[in-house]
Design a protein around this ligand. Sequence first.
Ligand SMILES: [Zn+2]
Length: 227
Amino acid sequence: MQLIEKPFAMRLARHVERNELGLVPWLARSHAARLVLSVILLDYGLYIWHVLTHKVPQLWRFHLVHHIDLDLDTFTAVRFHFGEMLLSIPWRLAQIRLAGASPLAVSIWQTFLLASILFHHSNVRLPVRIERVLSFILMTPRLHGTHHEARREHANANWSSGFTIWDLLHGTYKWREAQGTTGVPAYQDIKDVTLPRCIVLPFEPRVEEDDGFDARGLARDGRGEVQ
Ligand SMILES: [Zn+2]
């Protein structure tokens, strides 16, 4: 990603900054305000991308590889199919262009994002009361653990990657103290989550899932229709 995405992203960010393109130069004047606003807008763009990776079947086939991990730890944070990484590049470029983010803003956001995803996928156990308060600002391990639950009624929540304000605003913030089974129902066997399997998984025919979930992992209602 460093080799493929960074040259394009940084070149675009330089172009955007020089020509004052996008929302940020229009909304803020000072350098500091532009940086803060850029990071916030880039973070929101990633929230939307994350929702799309779950709702668009073709994207879910790739994002699935991230979700079939059977137990969450920091490694899960970097467990993404290369197809998903490649597909996210045009989206990232659109984010930079629309937001009007400078190269410095992109770097700050990417550093913050990396720290955030390593943290909220980790198995750090924070005192519940502290984590509850923190979860209203930043994505935390317990909050994101709910997003990784096998039960889709729990997993269709907590899509934020940095600030949780996006889940709070969209009504997708879901706090659960207890954690259910992690993963995706059709891939609960250790044989299904090996590296060779993960590489070919997005290109395999969809597996119909039982126990009230369809292949995209979305909960069905009583009549068997995808909600
Ligand atoms: Zn996800």
